[in-house]
Design a protein around this ligand. Structure first.
Ligand SMILES: Nc1ncnc2c1ncn2[C@@H]1O[C@H](COP(=O)(O)OP(=O)(O)OP(=O)(O)O)[C@@H](O)[C@H]1O
Ligand SMILES: [Mg+2]
Length: 349
């Protein structure tokens, strides 16, 4: 019996955007899952559909433009796609919460951070994020101060009364994290939470996320284009390209032996784990195709150094190479092996 079932299971979602020139598809059949307490990093270049995916899980894509046209988003067994908005509101924040790249989009400039967190808690109930205990409203301020301290805000009793503009970028990011954690969610979705911050603060925020995860058993979906961040935080990695998953692997296996040419390219473009200057930075030639010009066949073909004839004709499905590894690339399908391609080695040689 599987005693740690998936808490979140995104199944073959396709998202459509209405544009004047007709529909385009930023997410084109994406699946991934997360177990309780697990951390998943979603990586990929700008425009590959990471934020659209995250927002779709929370039902936050504007309905005027976006439509989920296929797939399921199962959270604790419930399909969020079919959930009425009032029930979705209850899940958002209380069970699944999100932090954004720019904290000002999530924080309200006219309320102190303490008041905002209080509002969030009162709106959803008042379960302590770390202990799971319910504190009565009278103790709420002390509890929020404790939470601000927990996310590393110095002098939290004074900062309770600070307005967002009175805080540095790093402290604002922490305040947003406190707000996201206030109702003790099961899953935190963090969309590029550190890109706007300087390197030292980035490292502090990442440490904080790691500690909170260990302490509270929080599940984490971290979106980033930085493989250095992935190496520090992830257990599982999903590499996205043009709205699809091209590779999925446990973090150590991925760094040890990336399979997809795109993943290899990303790895070569980041000096992860190496002092700056010891490895020449390379970027992958070309760009992610625009949504209205995604080629048939493999979307990565025009940038791939190992592209074959079949790549123009057939989009490779994400297939399992081992119990832990999946890749969507014709180099690893039977037809390539039949033509004399090397069978991939999986994991450590
Ligand atoms: N409101 C919108 N209207 C039209 N196209 C959109 C809209 N929002 C996103 N897109 C398009 O959808 C695609 C995916 O966007 P998304 O924001 O998910 O990318 P991303 O992977 O998060 O990139 P980044 O790393 O830059 O944040 C992009 O091509 C983007 O231009
Ligand atoms: Mg984004």
């Amino acid at each position: 019996m599987n005693n740690n079932p998936d808490l979140l299971s995104v199944q073959d979602i396709k998202i459509e955007i209405k544009t004047k020139k007709g529909p385009v598809y930023p997410v084109r059949g994406l699946s991934f899952s997360l177990k309780r307490g697990q951390s998943l990093c979603i990586v990929g270049e700008s425009g590959c559909g990471k934020s659209v995916t995250a927002l779709s899980v929370l039902g936050l894509l504007p309905k005027s433009t976006f439509r989920l046209i296929h797939g399921k988003i199962l959270f604790d067994g419930t399909d969020l796609v079919k959930l009425p908005e009032n029930m979705m509101r209850d899940i958002r924040g209380r069970r699944i919460s999100m932090v954004f790249q720019d904290p000002m989009t999530a924080l309200n400039p006219v309320f102190s951070i303490g008041e905002q967190i209080r509002e969030a808690i009162v709106a959803h109930g008042d379960t302590h994020p770390m202990t799971g205990k319910t504190t009565g409203t009278p103790g709420l301020k002390e509890w929020i101060v404790e939470l601000l301290g927990l996310v590393g805000i110095p002098e939290p009793d004074r900062r309770y009364y600070s307005y967002p503009h009175e805080l540095s970028g790093g402290l604002r990011q922490r305040a947003m994290m406190a707000m996201a954690l206030a109702c003790g969610p099961d899953i935190l979705i963090a969309d590029e939470p550190t890109t706007a911050l300087d390197v030292t603060i980035q490292a502090q925020i990442l440490n904080l996320i790691r500690q909170l995860k260990q302490k509270s058993g929080l599940g984490l979906v971290l979106i980033t284009h930085n493989l250095g961040v992935v190496a520090q935080i992830a257990e599982k990695v999903l590499v996205m390209y043009a709205g699809k998953a091209v590779e999925e692997a446990p973090v150590d296996e991925l760094f040890e032996a990336p399979f997809h040419p795109y993943t290899k390219g990303l790895m070569e473009s980041v000096p992860y784990g190496l002092p700056l200057g010891t490895k020449r930075l390379r970027s992958i030639k070309g760009n992610v195709p625009p949504l209205d010009a995604i080629p048939s066949g493999c979307a990565f073909q025009s940038r791939c150094t190992q592209s074959m004839e079949i790549c123009q004709r057939k989009d490779p499905p994400l297939s399992s190479l081992s119990p832990t590894r999946k890749v969507a690339c014709h180099l690893y399908t039977d037809c390539a092996w039949k033509k004399g391609g090397a069978r991939p080695t999986v994991g450590k040689p």
